[in-house]
Ligand binder design. Structure first.
Ligand code: MN
Length: 301
């Protein structure tokens, strides 16, 4: 796979997201794509819904492990109950953020919070942890409210990092930013850090960027070297703008694990398959998710 690590210049490359299944739901996976694994430290962008769940179609994601990353859960509609092996149990609603840091291993579930039907629309994002912290302890943060960057015709909520004078208190182990842009009809200017690379995913509506229209189901990669980005909307739209200093480590991703080598992933797979203490226990009534071995795996090593 050839990796496009980007140049030092502003560019605009729009790629198609891939439709895949997470549980019962279709999601649009904007990252990773063929040719691009990361944007800053962001290594996974799933746009889920909008969808309606029901007794026949649950959005429950049973207990599963993570390694070497942070998960960011952000909703536009609906509610999800997070449980993890640290003992966290946290309902999340639109405008709030769940941020889970896996370190060397954590397990969690994301569940329907006791109602039998309703709407669900959101994003799940992963941040690759740098080697300085990826072997550290696991942690969980819930952010009830997040700072907003003042824009005349939009609401800009800073999940991670800094935009202007709006500084998120969320943990980030690399230089990074994550912003939700709720745009009204009109023209918008978002200040950027020229040392960061950026990408934008539109989750509803249509956002004009240069001469391009960006709509749900795509990733717009903006490159580096921009002091601002100008966006145009002819109706209400919502977009996630994600960026950071280009990640300087080559990551390997398999299933829910982010690592550097096959051996690290094999060891994590084996721990989960055996149910040893590494990933702990989640206080969930759902049966944990099992997965087959990675393609290179040999047992009785
Ligand atoms: Mn997960």
């Amino acid at each position: 796979m050839t990796e496009d690590r980007g140049t030092n210049e502003a560019e605009l490359i729009v790629t198609d997201s891939r439709t895949t299944q997470v549980g019962e739901f279709d999601v649009r996976r904007a990252l990773p794509t063929r040719g691009r694994r990361t944007v800053g430290p962001w290594c996974f962008i799933d746009h889920m819904g909008p969808a309606t769940f029901s007794p026949d179609k649950s959005f429950d994601i049973a207990p599963h492990p993570h390694l070497g990353l942070q998960t960011v859960t952000w909703l536009f509609d609906g509610e999800i109950l997070h449980r993890d092996s640290l003992g966290s149990e946290q309902l999340i609603r639109p405008g709030q953020m769940n941020l889970m840091t896996s370190g060397e291993g954590i397990a969690h579930s994301e569940e329907n919070p006791g109602v039998t039907s309703g709407a669900l629309h959101g994003v799940q994002l992963w941040v690759a942890l740098p080697s300085a912290t990826r072997h550290g302890p696991s942690a969980f943060e819930h952010h009830e409210s997040l700072p907003k960057f003042d824009m005349p015709n939009a609401e800009a909520t800073v999940l991670v990092g800094t935009v202007g004078n709006a500084v998120s208190r969320a943990r980030h182990d690399s230089e990074a930013v994550g912003v939700e842009l709720k745009l009204k009809r009109g023209q918008h200017v978002v200040p950027l850090d020229r040392t960061f690379e950026y990408a934008m995913v539109v989750t509803s509506g249509d956002v004009g960027l240069d001469d391009t229209h960006v709509t749900p189901g795509h990733l717009a990669y903006l490159g580096r070297g921009r002091d601002e980005v100008r966006l145009t909307t002819s109706e209400d739209a919502v977009a996630m703008l994600l960026g950071g200093v280009p990640f300087d480590e080559t990551i390997m991703m398999w299933w829910n694990f982010v690592a550097r080598t096959q051996d690290e992933i094999s060891a994590a797979y084996e721990s989960w398959a055996k149910g040893d203490e590494r990933f702990g226990r989640v206080a969930s009534t759902l049966a944990r998710i099992e997965v087959g071995p990675p393609p290179w795996f040999r047992s009785n090593r």
